[in-house]
Ligand binder design. Structure first.
Ligand code: ATP
Ligand code: MG
Length: 301
């Protein structure tokens, strides 16, 4: 592939949320700071939301790496579960006993585990990624888990990551109690234009790039326009554009490589190139005129 051509040690634009490639845009940094602050304060729920592909799972993985040692974590990533399955997953991920019994047996086991952790001065945190998929009834069950407490403090802290449907779900009347308990809300935004360029260079340098301009400035401009600063889209476009440049045996990625990449990923309209959009509109407006002209000719006026 193109790694060899550009003398890189590894693939710079992979699609897995690898925290080794973490780039801290203003909004990613703010989300991570809010998370660490919220966990320190130990109160309420923390909710991190953002559009598809902006980097929620990446921030979640980065958080797990930075979590101070006194926290014990359970991470749930499959959210299409029944309530009992959720409880089992949480227990298993905490490394607690998973009884083969009723919902009450599972809750008792969780309570025992959390009390033992509190006694050892440890702070259990349940992190749920893809939380937009949790049914409202399951979100309500998650809220009830956070009611487990001693006289002094809550036994379990809860962090949810989810697409913006999660925010909408949390506004439902039946989830009002959940919503009121959220103390930290962070939103991850797409990158702006400068951040997009820095993001690309950051990923290239983690992959072993030795500096220099890998993209022309018009290529960068088009990349931003077509990706709208959404990191997953940036990665997809870069991956193909770098391949196109390598196939041309070129030293850097040009605008045409990005255009070709966008075309091959073509989902059409979002982020459509301005000249293309202009052409579409112009041809739509011109159609009746052409028709009239033809009619005029044929009709012998
Ligand atoms: N801050 C970042 N630093 C480095 N890479 C990032 C960052 N944010 C996102 N990415 C990259 O973008 C891609 C999508 O990221 P991720 O899977 O974290 O998004 P997501 O918001 O969880 O998406 P989804 O809504 O589908 O769950 C991944 O390849 C990831 O490596
Ligand atoms: Mg994700």
């Amino acid at each position: 592939m193109y790694e060899e051509h550009f003398r890189l040690k590894e693939k710079p634009f992979g699609l897995t949320p690898d925290p080794d490639f973490l780039f801290l845009s203003e909004s990613h940094r703010r989300a991570l700071d809010h998370l660490l602050f919220g966990l320190e304060s130990g109160e309420g729920f923390i909710v991190v939301s953002g559009d598809i592909g902006v980097g929620k799972t990446t921030v979640c993985r980065a958080l797990l790496r930075r979590m101070p040692e006194r926290f014990t974590t359970a991470l749930v990533v499959n959210t299409l579960l029944t309530e009992k399955e959720l409880l089992r997953t949480v227990l298993a991920d905490f490394g607690a006993e998973v009884p083969d019994g009723t919902r009450k047996d599972l809750l008792d086991s969780l309570n025992r585990f959390l009390l033992a952790e509190a006694e050892r001065d440890r702070r259990p945190v349940l992190i749920i990624d893809e939380a937009q998929n949790l049914a409202p009834s399951l979100l309500e069950q998650v809220r009830l888990l956070s009611n487990l407490e001693t006289e002094k403090r809550k036994l379990l802290q809860i962090v949810l990551f989810g697409q913006k449907e999660l925010r909408e779900k949390l506004r439902l009347p039946e989830l009002r109690q959940f919503d009121q308990r959220i103390t930290v809300r962070a939103v991850i935004l797409p990158l702006d234009r400068r951040e997009t360029a820095r993001y690309i260079h950051h990923r290239l340098s983690v992959a072993g790039a030795s500096g220099g301009a890998y993209l022309s400035s018009s290529a960068e401009k088009l990349l931003f326009r077509r990706s709208r600063g959404v990191p997953r889209r940036v990665n997809q476009l870069c991956d193909r554009a770098f391949l196109a440049a390598a196939l041309r045996d070129a030293a850097r990625v040009e605008r045409e490589d990005v255009a070709r990449a966008a075309e091959s990923l073509s989902d059409g309209v979002p982020g459509e190139d301005r000249p293309m959009r202009w052409f579409r509109r112009a041809s739509w407006l011109a159609a009746p005129l052409l028709h009239l002209t033809r009619f005029g000719k044929g009709g012998g006026f």
